[in-house]
Write a new protein. Sequence first.
Length: 101
Amino acid sequence: MADSPILRSTNPKRVFCKNQDTKITNITTALNPDVFVVAADHSTPAVMGKHSWHPVPILIRAQFAKVDDVATFDEYACMRGALGQRSGVELMGLALDRPEN
């Protein structure tokens, strides 16, 4: 099983993504931005090895952003998050939403 083409192709991707967690924490701690968004322009499931129609996860860190109990940043966890599934055209409104607006 360890020699599976799927595991070989996903392992570097997993390592890369795990390393980004620390980088995101460092960036948000150092800069303390009003809004910080992590998103993708398309889904590329490792199993398929190409762009797909699948939803992409999004992370929004802001003072007035909804907080949920999602602890991981992946497609399945994010679908259960407070934002649910939304159209990409809604992103800027969500990211810049504030009580005074």
